[in-house]
Design a protein around this ligand. Structure first.
Ligand code: SF4
Ligand code: SF4
Ligand code: SF4
Length: 381
């Protein structure tokens, strides 16, 4: 699209026709605060925190919805703008629990950050507060606290546009307005697929991952960017780690997922620290101590159909060994097999759960080391 010439805070810039004022400012490194807006979602213009002053416009305009036009002159921090933003935040805070001291979101809360930046006090509009919603939902993944909801509709839009499920809406009006799932039932009883996209975009603690509750403040968690190991899509995720334990997973802005994940990637991480996981390699005893490979044993179950197994033979028991010993044994055995029977005695099956680099290395092992083309991938099977 053709560029348009605009001025923001005295800086002359070129923006793309069709961009909003918020997008043009962000592209030029000029920060306009947002609360109901999320760059991955269609704009809503509901919270009025992103208002800016535009020459020849009588009213302040929401930067997240207003399109740029040739010759537009915009002020993002004029006294009128700052006063309007503060007023919008005071209204939001006037019906908010303000239990930041014990709230899970403290240190990772958009409303808290803006209240701090605009010096919003909680006593400006004294009056009723809507604090009577029961907290929680019977589902195993997401805690729902409607008392902290600021009705920004980010979750509604994420569920509609990112996941395409439309499980969330806003019901009732005025002071009683609140988020609802399905036909105003629980999240568990709604069409929700627990992708967690609504949690990802919620700017406060109204939707929060249950597994991370009480596990640490944002500043106590180390963030490690990685690739989800569940399938071949390759979603980029951030592991939030405390004391060498994953306490939360959030989406990262990768080419395959743009900050969002499915239910497995976001909530299915407790296996990583599970006590039953193998932590050291195991080898059959006869491989460690030498001796013949035990014969398969068929238990006599009366009908001759028992499963063959080596379990009854002590030589077949599993023994813990070091990685060096395990890898040495594998390398020696593969070399012996190749020498005795040729490379085609070897075949490799790769997995979509591995990274491209791991699959590439497996291909190198098959073709260059074992000298066979016997290699395939689960996606083709
Ligand atoms: S959601 Fe944010 S503003 Fe609200 S209590 Fe929690 S930390 Fe404070
Ligand atoms: S978890 Fe996903 S499917 Fe469920 S309500 Fe949230 S966005 Fe919609
Ligand atoms: S639950 Fe969170 S994302 Fe949804 S409307 Fe409330 S504050 Fe916004």
């Amino acid at each position: 699209m053709a560029p348009v010439n605009i001025t923001i805070d005295g800086r002359k810039l070129q923006a793309q026709a069709g961009q909003t004022v918020y997008e043009a400012a962000a592209a030029a490194g000029i920060e306009i605060p947002i609360l109901c807006h999320h760059p991955a979602l269609p704009p809503e213009g509901a919270c009025r925190v992103c208002v800016v002053e535009i020459e020849k416009q009588r009213n302040l305009q929401t930067a997240c919805t207003y399109p740029v036009a040739e010759g537009m002159v915009i002020s993002t921090r004029s006294p009128r703008v700052m006063e309007a933003r503060k007023f919008a935040l005071e209204l939001i805070v006037s019906d908010h629990p303000l239990d930041c001291m014990t709230c899970e979101a403290t240190g990772d809360c958009r409303l808290q950050d803006l209240a701090y930046e605009y010096q919003v006090r909680d006593d400006v509009f004294a009056g009723g507060r809507q604090h009577s919603w029961p907290i929680d939902d019977p589902n195993p993944f997401i805690q729902v606290d409607r008392n902290k909801c600021i009705l920004c509709r980010r979750c509604v839009r994420a569920c509609d546009y990112i996941n395409g499920v439309e499980a969330i809406s806003i019901v009732h009006r005025g002071f009683d307005a609140t988020i609802a799932f399905g036909m105003d039932s629980t999240m568990e009883d709604s069409p929700c697929e627990f992708c967690g996209s609504c949690v990802e975009v919620c700017p406060v603690a109204a939707l929060w991952p249950k597994q991370s509750i009480g596990k640490g403040r944002a500043y106590q968690l180390k963030q490690v960017e990685t690739v989800c190991s569940y399938c071949g899509v390759g979603c980029k995720v951030i592991l939030h780690v405390k004391d060498n334990e994953i306490v939360k997973v959030t989406g990262a802005d990768g080419a395959a997922n743009h900050g969002f994940t499915c239910v497995k990637g976001r909530f299915g991480y407790d296996y990583v620290n599970h006590a039953d996981r193998l932590r050291k390699p195991l080898m059959r005893r006869y491989l460690v101590e030498g001796g013949a490979k035990p014969a398969l044993h068929q238990p006599n179950n009366g009908n001759g159909r028992g499963e063959y197994s080596r379990a009854a033979n002590p030589a077949a028991e599993w023994v813990e060994v070091s990685w060096e010993q395990a890898l040495d044994t594998v390398a020696t055995r593969l070399a012996q097999t190749k020498e005795a029977h040729g490379g085609d005695a070897f075949a490799a099956l790769c997995s979509a759960r591995c990274t491209n680099e791991e699959n590439y290395l497996m291909m190198k092992l098959a073709r260059q080391v074992m000298q066979t083309h016997n290699i395939d991938h689960c996606a083709r099977l």
